[in-house]
Design a protein around this ligand. Structure first.
Ligand code: ADP
Length: 926
């Protein structure tokens, strides 16, 4: 080994390389790091051997070193390819790794032969090599491996993102700097004749190695732009300083060729002073200029935050809010996607957005690793997750981290920021990778942190609003449904009311049934309906009414005869209609022919169904007094499964109403029948009555005239007008006279009654002093009373009574009857008659101490032929007509007559009252 000045430089580079290798291997030894260390070692070997070639002083030495110098490049190519493969995380097998190394191994085997470097000569300008054929093979090998390595790196860069892309960028940047510097020092400068910078070439490799090592070792890289800009500023400053010195030295060299020492010293000092003074302003200027160029798209985070805040303040609904936050963040931060997922009621986190790359199937359970991590309030960043996964040695920790990473990938997120409210995770903000592929800067991450609480408040508000809105909508829906139901029910009720009104108004069964049939279409809105009833015989069914619409009229024309001529036999034909009636059950049919065929031919039934568009038929039996009397068939345009309960209800109600109408009709029929019978009977009775009245009248007249004659003669004989008779004869004659007088009275009663009934009993009113009438009659009757040993008293009222408008003769009969009865029905005691004026009437009372009257009989005694029970045995000669006539007469005067008695043997008092003022005349009719 030889040592020269250059060796010191090589040693420095080697030391740096050792430091870099140490940095790489201190923490971990993975394939990427090892391959990079391999590259560093290869470069070091090359540097050392290269230096030895330069220092060779003999041909033999030069030949050995110039052959050994090939080892470095062979390994460099191999390691570069390895590095590119490992660094870009290609999945490669051990076999491939070994395969790649075969050409390198072969080359290494022959490195010391003359197939590489044949010979060397030492010339004045340096060492001259003559190469063997393997050298060219090596050239091809190197070029191939280098191209492959770069291709791998470049293609990988296109697909990479986040921190990985940034790492690649550092690698490239290092490469470019190295290449520029090396080509400057080792190609351009030698061309213009400046040789002394040749040693910069190998040194430039250090730039690449340093950049790459830094990229791999550092976890979070600085924004690469900052490095570029800072480097650029200092580069320009160096150029400025170096240029200034070079220019001034050159100028002074021309101006003061003879002046040495002091002059040059002064100029240099002046230049240094100028440079020091100008350095800072120039640096500022350059910085400003580069800032303008490189950070033109620099984001004003405050402005973004402000825009987000105002959007969050404005929007109150959840989805527009989420959409707006996503849009602003996406556009302002130039990221691929933004997604905010609020926590739902189950405590999980489900996406509500369907915007690629996200959809609503994206959901994170509260137990997922990512959510558990975010709940701690920390942000999750994919890049640092990857780092942690690489760094961790704990397999369980690795599993957890990988689960989190997978969660992040599902959300296409580079950053997941927690949205916390009162210590709870109420949502997650997922931010996708930047479109530029850059990593997020600390400023941006800080912004997400600031955004969190604001977003939490907005989300909470939106959630409340959504809840209120959902509640309101629900309420509205319910109200609408209820209103619709009510409206429907109301329509039905009105329809039903019309039918009910009709039923109660009319007894015309034909008309009612027709209107019910029409209501099925008009009021209820069905296609139509048919009302059938069971005959009196309980066996035959006949159609009573069918809805009249133009369509049905058309359908009826298909029938061979009028519809109401189709009679069915309940027990012969098993149609659904008949079954509904027989079983008293509601049935639903889908084929019309099932309902009416036979008797209606099947083909025709099908034709009608088609023509009318009938999809279902509901058959509801009609009940009347717990018996099925018929059925209502409803034809509907919808299938059975669409018929609502309400519709069934209304059909039932209509059938029930029809039943009521039927019952009413039957009642009315019965009443009419009974009425007709009664009228006939009445007619016959009237005729009989008339015949009887006539008979009584004729008989009485015919009897009375001879009777009056007989009585007259008897009276004369008893009075001795025809000479004296023996006492026996006289006694008999007296009896005959009494009997005939009784008969005349009876006949008179009969006559009066028949007159009353014939409407010929006339009264003539004139002013009458009633006390005179009473007094006259009393004096007549007193004799009879005394004969029976009874006292008959009459006290004339004082002062006198007003005259009444009355028929005195008829009232005389009344008094006669009452006093006569009193005498007749009193065995001992007395009878007293009194009169008085009460209000506007004159009241007459006849009081006796006789047999009395049972209270329940008192009222009936004024009826025709009525006598007290058991009286006929004691007094067989009564007629039961006296009080009847008396009542008629008193009532004809506008008065009233009644009796009061405390019961049997307690005596009785008969009263009658006549009003003072009277109409002129009147006729009594029965
Ligand atoms: P008659 O006296 O001929 O039977 P009336 O019409 O005068 O017919 O009387 C009907 C009945 O009223 C009598 O049969 C008798 O039973 C009853 N009656 C009438 N006046 C009296 C009376 N003063 N006391 C008891 N019963 C009386």
């Amino acid at each position: 080994m030889n040592f020269g000045v250059s060796t010191i430089y090589v040693i420095v580079v080697l030391l740096i390389n050792i430091f870099l290798a140490f940095l790489l291997l201190i923490k971990r030894k993975d394939a990427t790091r090892l391959s990079l260390v391999g590259l560093i070692v290869s470069i070091s070997i090359w540097l050392i051997t290269n230096d030895q070639v330069d220092l060779s002083d003999t041909v033999a030495r030069a030949l050995i070193w110039s052959r050994l110098v090939m080892i470095g490049p062979i390994l460099i190519a191999l390691m570069l390819l390895y590095f590119s493969l490992f660094f870009t995380r290609r999945k490669i097998s051990g076999r491939t790794i070994a395969l790649i190394a075969i050409p390198s191994a072969l080359l290494l085997l022959f490195v010391a032969t003359n197939q590489f470097v044949e010979s060397v000569t030492i010339e004045t300008w340096g060492i001259n090599f003559s190469y063997g054929f393997l050298y060219y093979a090596f050239g091809a090998y190197f070029a191939l491996y280098a191209v492959m390595a770069f291709t791998i790196l470049i293609s990988s860069y296109a697909h990479s993102q986040g921190i990985y892309k940034l790492q690649l960028r550092y690698v490239f940047l290092g490469l470019i700097f190295s290449a520029i510097l090396a080509s400057f020092s080792n190609i351009f400068l030698p061309i213009v004749g400046i040789q002394q910078f040749y040693y910069v070439g190998p040194f430039s490799v250090l730039i690449f190695l340093s950049f790459t090592t830094y990229a791999i070792v550092r976890h979070r890289l600085l924004d690469i732009r900052i490095i570029i800009v800072k480097s650029l500023v200092y580069f320009i400053l160096i150029v400025f300083v170096a240029g200034s010195f070079a220019g001034i030295t050159f100028l002074t060299g021309i101006l003061f060729t003879e002046t040495l020492g002091l002059g040059q010293f002064l100029t240099s000092g002046l230049v240094a002073l100028i440079v020091v003074l100008l350095l800072d302003p120039i640096k500022n200027y350059v910085s400003r200029a580069t800032d303008r160029i490189f950070f033109k798209a620099k984001i004003d985070y405050n402005a973004v935050l402000q825009e987000l805040s105002s959007a969050m303040a404005e929007l109150i609904e959840m989805d527009p809010l989420l959409e707006s936050v996503a849009r602003i963040t996406r556009e302002e931060l130039k990221v691929e996607s933004v997604l905010t997922i609020p926590r739902n009621r189950q405590g999980n986190y489900r996406s509500r957005v369907n915007r690629p790359p996200h959809d609503t199937s994206l959901v994170f359970s509260k137990d997922s690793e990512l959510i558990k991590y975010l709940t701690s309030g920390q942000m999750s960043v994919t890049d640092s997750l990857e780092r942690k996964i690489e760094d961790t040695t704990n397999p369980r920790e690795r599993k957890r981290l990988e689960a989190s990473r997978d969660d992040m990938q599902r959300a296409h997120a580079a950053v997941a920021a927690p949205i916390m409210r009162k210590g709870e995770l109420t949502g997650v903000l997922f931010v996708g990778p930047k479109r530029s592929g850059d990593s997020f800067t600390l400023d941006e991450l800080r912004m997400f942190k600031v955004l969190g609480p604001q977003l939490a408040t907005a989300l909470e508000r939106a959630r409340l609003f959504d809840e209120v809105k959902a509640f309101t909508e629900q309420l509205q829906q319910r109200v609408e449904a209820a209103t619709k139901e009510l409206r429907e029910r109301n329509a039905y009720l009105i329809a039903l009311q019309d039918v009910t009104a009709l039923i109660t108004r009319s007894f015309d069964f034909e008309k009612i049934t027709q209107q019910i049939a029409d209501a099925i279409a008009n009021e209820l809105g069905f296609l139509g309906g048919l009302l059938v009833f069971v005959d009196e015989d309980g066996r035959h069914v006949f159609p009573q009414a069918i809805t009249q619409t133009p369509l049905i009229e058309k359908a009826l024309k298909l029938l061979p005869k009028p519809f109401n001529e189709f009679k069915g036999d309940l027990y012969k034909e098993d149609t659904l209609d008949h079954r509904a009636i027989r079983e008293g059950k509601r049935l639903v049919a889908t084929k019309f022919s099932d309902v009416i065929s036979p008797p209606v031919p099947k083909l025709i039934a099908n034709g009608i169904q088609k023509l009318m568009g009938i999809r279902s038929i509901v058959l509801v039996p009609i009940f009347s007094e717990e018996k099925v009397v018929g059925a209502v068939d409803f034809a509907l345009a919808k299938p059975e499964n669409e018929i609502t309960d309400r519709e069934y209800e209304i059909m039932q109600a209509l059938a029930d109403q029809t039943g009521i109408a039927y019952r009413n009709w039957k009642y009315v029929e019965r009443i009419r029948e009974a009425n007709r019978e009664l009228e006939d009977a009445n007619e016959r009775l009237t005729q009989l009555d008339q015949a009887k009245t006539e008979f009584v009248s004729i008989a009485s007249h015919q009897l009375r005239t001879p009777m009056t004659g007989i009585a007259g003669y008897l009276s004369m004989m008893v009075g001795g007008d025809f000479g004296k008779m023996s006492a026996d004869h006289a006694k008999i004659l007296k009896q005959l006279l009494d009997e005939s007088q009784r008969m005349i009275r009876l006949i008179n009663l009969f006559l009066n009654v028949s007159k009353i009934e014939a409407g010929k009993f006339e009264l003539t009113f004139q002013p009458t002093q009633l006390e005179d009438v009473v007094e006259g009659e009393i004096s007549e009757l007193r004799k009879i009373a005394e004969k029976k040993g009874l006292a008959l008293a009459f006290t004339r009222p004082k002062p006198g009574l007003p005259a009444v408008q009355a028929d005195g003769d008829k009232l005389k009969d009344v008094i006669l009857n009452l006093v006569d009865n009193a005498i007749k029905y009193t065995e001992k005691g007395s009878i007293s008659v009194s009169m008085q004026k009460v209000d506007t009437r004159v009241l007459v009372s006849v009081k006796d101490t006789g047999i009395g009257i049972e209270p329940d009989e008192a009222k009936h005694l004024f009826q025709k032929f009525v006598r007290a029970s058991g009286i006929a045995q004691i007094h067989p000669d009564g007629s039961g007509l006296g009080l009847f006539i008396a009542k008629k007469i008193v009532e004809a005067h506008g008065g009233s007559i009644w009796v009061e008695s405390d019961g049997q043997n307690k005596g009785s008092t008969f009263y009658f009252a006549i009003p003072v003022k009277q109409q002129k005349s009147s006729v009594i009719a029965s």
